[in-house]
Design a protein. Structure first.
Length: 315
């Protein structure tokens, strides 16, 4: 099952993402939680015939895993040799093109990314007409949103909702409402974006899909931050932090902490800002947040060095 496309708003809008794609590695690994997910997938893929149906499925799960963890370098290294395999299953080929477009976009190669996105769109349209899978429609909308026509993307989402909205699948509703939120977010209609992000979170928060919950909370927290709803933003960032500490995901944790630090800066709560900055590992931050980190470090240093007025001066 697809789960992708949550535009993790803590990152650049070009790298729209979420959890998984045409398969759901989280659910698979939850059934076998005695082993770490990636180790389990590697072990089992080595045990099945190369290019068999089981091999493609397990390889698909591995791609999901790297995408979920935002391991784009490993994702690229894994995808490139897979692209030359002949007679790949349609769904697997679609997944490769989808992930490769997102990976290239992450590394700033937008022209190449758009090429692979168009390949994925063409394949998605073909598969949708054959299988009428609602998640395929959401994926088409995602690629249209990132590389094409946002108005068309929104219309596709409305079509998917009208046709499949009565289904009780939380992952489908997560993806559906998140993508609607993305479109209103990019249009800077934060009130509407927050409404749809809240619906997405409500559908997924009581499931076991922790990685998806992180993204859902993140979309809403970031939107609240931009709306200056500081307490709501802090509440949701705290929930993200709790989840990430359980998942042992230091890079996303660092990103969450620096977003939280920005909220304390906006509130001018410099003591709390200083406490938070002390917890951020600079090495876990992507390059795009180095400037923000350095600015906040200087702000906390200036606050610490400023003269403090003691009560004794007034006695």
């Amino acid at each position: 099952m697809i789960v992708l496309l949550l535009l993790f708003l803590l990152f650049s809008s070009i790298t729209a993402n979420a959890s998984e794609h045409f398969s759901d590695h989280e659910s698979y690994c939850l059934q076998k939680d005695e082993q770490a997910c990636l180790a389990l997938l590697k072990k089992q893929s080595d045990a099945v015939p190369l290019y068999s149906k089981a091999w493609f499925k397990l390889t698909s799960y591995k791609l999901d895993y790297y995408y979920d963890k935002r391991e784009f370098k490993k994702l690229e290294q894994t995808i490139v040799p897979l692209l030359v395999i002949e007679n790949k299953p349609d769904v697997f080929e679609l997944q490769l093109n989808y992930y490769y477009s997102k990976t290239l976009a992450y590394f700033g190669k937008r022209k190449q990314a758009k090429h692979y996105a168009q390949l994925a769109i063409s394949k998605l349209e073909k598969i949708y007409h054959i299988f009428e899978d609602p998640m395929r429609m959401v994926e088409i909308a995602n690629l249209e949103y990132v590389f094409g026509d946002r108005q068309k993307a929104y219309q596709l989402l409305l079509l998917a909702e009208n046709k499949f909205g009565k289904r009780g699948d939380p992952v489908f509703h997560l993806e559906l409402h998140t993508n609607k939120g993305h479109i209103f977010f990019i249009w800077q209609n934060y009130e509407r974006a927050a409404k749809f992000y809240k619906l997405a979170l409500d559908w997924i928060k009581d499931t076991e899909h922790d990685a998806k919950k992180v993204v859902a909370y993140s979309n809403l927290a970031r939107t609240y931050q931009l709306m200056n709803k500081h307490e709501l933003a802090l509440e949701h960032f705290r929930r993200i932090e709790e989840l990430l500490l359980k998942q042992n995901n230091p890079r996303l944790l660092a990103l969450t902490l620096i977003r939280t630090a920005e909220v304390y800066e906006q509130l001018n709560e410099l003591d709390k800002l200083a406490q938070l900055m002390a917890r951020i590992n600079f090495g876990d931050l992507s390059h795009g947040y180095h400037e923000t980190y350095e600015r906040l470090v200087k702000l906390t240093a200036s606050n610490l060095n400023s003269p403090k007025v003691s009560s004794s001066q007034f006695n």
